[in-house]
Design a binder for this molecule. Sequence first.
Ligand code: ARG
Length: 448
Amino acid sequence: MNKDISNYTVSIQYDRRLYQEDILASKVHSKMLAKQGIIPKRDSEIICEGLDVISNEIQNETFPWKSELEDIHMNIEARLKEKVGSLAGKLHTARSRNDQVATDMRMFCKKSCIQSLELLTSLQSCILNRAEEHSGLIMSGYTHLQKAQPVLFAHHMLAYFQMLERDKLRFRGCYDTSDVLPLGSGALGGVPYPIDRSFVASKLGFKRISANSMDAVSDRDYLIEYQLAASICMMHLSRLAEELILWSSQEFGYITLDATHTTGSSIMPQKRNPDYAEIARGKTGRVYGNLISILTTLKGLPLTYNRDMQEDKEGHFDSVDTLNQTLRVFCAMIGNMTVNADKITRAAETGQMLATDVADYLVSKGLPFREAHTIVSKICDYARDNKKEVHSLSLKEYKKFSQTFDGDVLLINLKSSVESRDVVGGTAPNRVSNAIKEARQQLEVSDE
Ligand code: ARG
């Protein structure tokens, strides 16, 4: 056949990434066959030794990959035959490539979840460190990207801590869904040998054994779950990326990204473009693409195994690499950025940030909130027209709008504003310092 066409079914260029899983599962499978008296013990030992040699060859990059053998399973099996002769053929007793590949992918997916979980924890800890370092810093909080109310910078950072905490829940869930052994399902209906699936499950670290062989060889839900968790996590990171981009602009100047995470322009000498954050924001799209891709590949597939399912791999590898690399980049970017505290505080002093506090003040003196809102709205117009801030008006000026105002209105400032938001989940400094403590404890638990 024309090589261009015959290559169409080949997956070895990417599925070689499964070699450790494939070899480990094969060794355990052959040990189980020997234990059950299905193949002689000596044969199993020879097979396992041969597989170890192959594993070394792959690690040392001396393995002779052959694309005509299509995939990782056939490459390893054919090489085993070269090493140990025809008894290599006994390895595939009571097994099909369908339950073999399903097993490899589940093992790989569990590993992917653990890697992503570890990196998520590292990023959470980077975020927490910066929050703690600036625990008293007040900044403008925004809605509609318009200045809204003062909040603590730490409170803003901890919002991302919470998003990543939910991401971790999803990856833990995916780990759990993946933690089911398909091996023993054969091609689709099970195998006609007295195998011991519990032995294989425990040696390969699977918590459960699949309950239906047809489902076991067709199911790729766990890969969809990884893609979904990765997509949501990338969405969170893209929002953080967007804020870093905005905050590092000249207009904001809240942070300065480390020079290692910016690049110059080929024409404009002054430029320090936030390319790392922008690429992270951009890469979100490809991970969403991988999610849609696996969903679409599986849609409408009849039971059981169909070759379409080979298309599950590249997207998975790509999302794992993209997400994990992005998490590493964020750790470095957050850890090394300069927080321009002065600029952040100065920005919070303008924009009528304390208007809500003045309205709340009137409520504390007995006015209904709606009425207070109307009065303060007029005060804001006045302040803007006169290039002043509501919190810098004199008592005389306040009194022009309502006789309810007293001298204590002049005590309203950024600090009193954040302190007043003393509710569970609020931005009051004592609440935020508790939140920091709780976050530390959560990280210690996830380290275990
Ligand atoms: N390379 C294949 C895949 O990844 C392995 C399973 C092949 N099974 C089959 N019946 N052709 O899906």
